[in-house]
Each structure stands twice: as C-alpha cells, then as structure tokens.
Design a protein around this ligand. Structure first.
Ligand SMILES: [Zn+2]
Length: 314
C-alpha cells in the first residue's frame, strides 16, 4: 500500500489535531481487518513523530530525525515483532523479554530530545506474560513516549490492555473509495472481480490481483461444485490443495459455501449449484473455517483437508 488511502484521512486528522494540541495519548491500538493499511498508517505517524521539521503535518523526509529513521537507526524508535527465538527459529508469539526490554528503554530519556515511539506488531500475538508486562507500562506511562499497538484481531488482547489504549478502528471503506484506490494501483486484472472476491477489502483485493489468486478461487468453486455433485475425488483434491495455499483455498471454500447458502435462502441458483440443503451447506462452511484454523498448527494439511473435502455428515 503506497500513498495514504483516503479512508485513513479521518483517523489521521484526529491524531494530527491531538498532536497539535499536545494531547496525544500514551498508547494507540490500531485495529481492524488486514489489508486496510494499518502498517502504512503506523509508519506515517512514527515518521511524523520522529521528524524534527515537519511540513504541513507530515515528516519532511530529510532532517536528522528522518534520516536516522530511514536508516532504521533512530535511537528513539523501537519495533517489536515476532522475531526469532534462541535457536534462530521464528516465534509464533511476542514474549515477555521483548516487552520488558522496550518498556525499560521507554523509561529512559529521549536520545534526541523528542518523543520515543515503540511499535508492537502484531500486538494480538502477545502472550499472556508479555501482555501483563505491557500492562504495567500502560498503567504508568512514561512521559513523552508513545506505544503503537497493531492488531488484526484486537479481541485476542486482554481487555485490560485494550482499555488503556486509544482505539483507532479501521473499517472497510465504501465501495466507491475501495474501487478508486484499486484503480490507482499499478495492477493488472479485473479489479471489480478482485474486490468482490475480497468481500470489499481493497488491500486484500490488491493482494489477490498481485498473486493471481482469482484463478485459484475459481478453481475452488468448480472443485467444490463437483464434490457436492459427487463428481470429484476428495482424496486427490486434498493432496492437490495441500500443495498450494491450503489456507487460502479454505477461505475461498468457506466464502463460496456462504454465498451458496445466501442464494438458496433467497430462492436463487447459487455459485455451486449444489441443490444441497442449508443445514448440510452450513456444516461444510463451519468445517472449512475450523480446518483453516487447524492448519495454523503443525498439522498434516492433506489429512485435515481430506476431512473437510469428504463433506461428511451428508
Ligand atoms: Zn524530518
């Protein structure tokens, strides 16, 4: 996501006003679905806060503060991500040592005399101990410091943490804004189709266009339709899905099943033309969602997929 999308504007203006009035909160929670540019927003704010000569409310890009930030060596900017563990393997959660280290640094005086800013991303990956450690800092926030938390799934954060952050909630923009933004991106392919596939999420639609996911989605539709008509082999499909973006395929499968249900409920012919009853489609939908969650873990994808693709219970 390059230039700031138009749906960021109200949030940006509100924060800018708070900043101008020197009433910026100590902690922000940027949340909402992936694909709406929360990280772009966070970086824009971080840049603005570390810039020593902002122009029209934006970072100038060439002062000392900006240069250090661009070189990723600004002494007052900290970023916490998933990182790697002692064995060098990627972590699946943010751990207490990471939070402690940053919170200790936030207590120190600013190196360049401005604000200190810490970015926690993804904040919904904080484990319980880390969230607790963060809570202590949120309860007694150091002066001239800002914590920016990013979360696609804020409900995974403890309510105590959420309640001590100013929430900046990103929502799906109106269709016209989403289409206009997509048009301005350097992308090939059918944008309206991509936006429909992404249920109106412009960043997700752009991702689909970039990676050619629409063809995969269409394949999932036709394979599901064949399965429901008992004209496909679940085992062969499970093996082929396991080789190529199984979680995305399950997302598309759940979406097609949901659309099939909606069409049936409205007495129309659905995208899967299944003729199955709603109860059975619902079971398939739930299993697609569940299997997708299961595949986050170290599970054999083909076996989990076979379980779903057998569409048992009918
Ligand atoms: Zn600057």
């Amino acid at each position: 996501m390059s230039a700031a999308p138009v749906w960021h504007a109200p949030h940006w203006q509100r924060l800018r006003a708070a900043l101008d009035a020197d009433r910026l909160p100590h902690a922000l929670l940027l949340c909402g679905p992936a694909g709406l540019g929360k990280r772009v927003f966070a970086q824009r704010l971080l840049a603005r806060l570390l810039c020593t000569a902002p122009q029209q409310g934006e970072a100038c890009g060439h002062c000392h503060g900006c240069r250090l930030r661009l070189a990723q060596t600004h002494p007052d900017a900290y970023a916490i991500g998933l990182g790697v563990n002692r064995e060098g393997k990627p972590r699946s959660e943010i751990v207490i040592e990471q939070i402690r280290e940053v919170c200790e640094r936030l207590q120190l005086a600013s190196a360049l005399g401005g604000r200190r800013v810490a970015l926690v991303d993804p904040a919904d990956a904080l484990n319980a101990a880390a969230a607790n450690a963060l809570l202590k800092t949120l309860e007694e926030p150091p002066a001239a410091a800002l914590l920016i938390l990013l979360a696609d799934h804020p409900q995974r954060l403890p309510a105590t943490v959420r309640s001590r952050c100013r929430r900046v909630q990103f929502r799906l923009p109106p269709a016209a804004e989403a289409v206009a933004w997509l048009q301005a991106q350097d992308l090939a392919g059918d944008r309206a189709h991509a936006l429909d596939a992404a249920d109106g999420n412009p960043g997700l639609a752009a991702g689909y266009l970039r990676e050619g996911a629409l063809a995969r989605r269409e394949a999932v539709r036709s394979e599901l339709a064949q399965l429901l008509a008992r004209r496909a082999d679940a085992l062969a499909l499970a093996q082929s899905w396991a080789q190529d973006e199984p979680r995305q395929r399950l997302l598309f499968a759940a979406q097609w099943l949901a659309r099939e249900m909606r069409a049936q409920a409205a007495g129309e012919r659905g995208p899967l033309a299944s003729g199955r009853d709603l109860r059975r489609l619902m079971r398939g939908y739930e299993q697609a969602v569940r299997t997708r969650e299961l595949l986050r873990g170290p599970l054999r994808a083909d076996l989990a997929l076979l379980d779903f693709l057998s569409l048992r219970g009918d």
